[in-house]
Design a protein around this ligand. Structure first.
Ligand SMILES: *[C@@H]1O[C@H](CO)[C@@H](O)[C@H](O)[C@H]1NC(C)=O
Ligand SMILES: *[C@@H]1O[C@H](CO)[C@@H](O)[C@H](O)[C@H]1NC(C)=O
Ligand SMILES: *[C@@H]1O[C@H](CO)[C@@H](O)[C@H](O)[C@H]1NC(C)=O
Ligand SMILES: *[C@@H]1O[C@H](CO)[C@@H](O)[C@H](O)[C@H]1NC(C)=O
Ligand SMILES: *[C@@H]1O[C@H](CO)[C@@H](O)[C@H](O)[C@H]1NC(C)=O
Length: 196
């Protein structure tokens, strides 16, 4: 008699527990699908977006070599963050490096510090410096200590003249309105150039 009484209480109890477990499981399984934007997905999104932002900040400034080709405007073949002008692509750095390191950064992006060939190109560069000095591919080279372009051609003053700052100024920088000089070992922004 005692046993029968117990089973009559236990069996309905077990059934209720089973129903509750099933309900809880279904709730947990479907909850994220019912409210997809509330839970894990948003956390995942912000994590990946945060990461992407960090890597973009790095590559924006000084990794022209990381840039991928873009067809923006349909008329250029310049990588993203490079500026198209007259058949060439230009990269204006935001970071600052010594002249040597600047040239290395350009060369890693299959380009070179800019060589200025015309007044129009000079004006275009002035326009894009944002009033900051940028290294160009002009420095005092060779035993004679003459101003030469990075391709070893002689500098001639037809397009612009350089304002000498001091004896230790052995590299040229372009700013908003003038081309000046500075020591090659002082970090500056720089401008890379390559064919589009
Ligand atoms: C999460 O990312 C997916 C795809 O990238 C997007 O469709 C969804 O709108 C994003 N959700 C939120 C909350 O930002
Ligand atoms: C974030 O970026 C780092 C370095 O690139 C990488 O190791 C990590 O797995 C990334 N994390 C996510 C959530 O993408
Ligand atoms: C530079 O040129 C080499 C050889 O043509 C190529 O393999 C490499 O992908 C180029 N790098 C960039 C950043 O364009
Ligand atoms: C430089 O900027 C001036 C003033 O905005 C503009 O008139 C001129 O066309 C620009 N030159 C070049 C080559 O971009
Ligand atoms: C730059 O590199 C050249 C050789 O490529 C070296 O002779 C010169 O000393 C370097 N200049 C600086 C400031 O590091």
């Amino acid at each position: 008699m005692q046993n029968n009484m117990n089973w009559q209480l236990v069996i309905p109890g077990l059934i209720i527990v089973a129903i509750k477990l099933a309900g809880t499981s279904l709730f947990m399984v479907y909850f994220p699908q019912i409210f997809p934007t509330l839970g894990f997905q948003r956390i995942l999104n912000s994590t990946t977006e945060g990461n992407r932002t960090v890597s973009q900040i790095f590559s924006t400034d000084d990794s022209p070599e990381n840039s991928k080709s873009s067809t923006s405007g349909g008329r250029t073949d310049c990588p993203i963050r490079w500026t198209f002008q007259r058949g060439k692509c230009y990269f204006f750095s935001v970071q600052e490096k010594t002249w040597n390191a600047s040239q290395r950064a350009c060369s890693e992006a299959n380009s070179s510090l800019v060589i200025i060939n015309s007044k129009e190109e000079l004006e275009f560069l002035h326009n894009n410096t944002k009033a900051e000095d940028h290294f160009i591919g002009l420095s005092i080279r060779g035993a004679e200590g003459r101003w030469k372009w990075i391709d070893n051609t002689e500098f001639n003053t037809d397009i612009f003249i350089i304002g000498l700052n001091s004896d230790t100024s052995d590299c040229a920088v372009i700013g908003l309105t003038v081309v000046g000089t500075i020591s090659c070992s002082v970090p500056n922004r720089w401008i890379c150039e390559k064919k589009a």
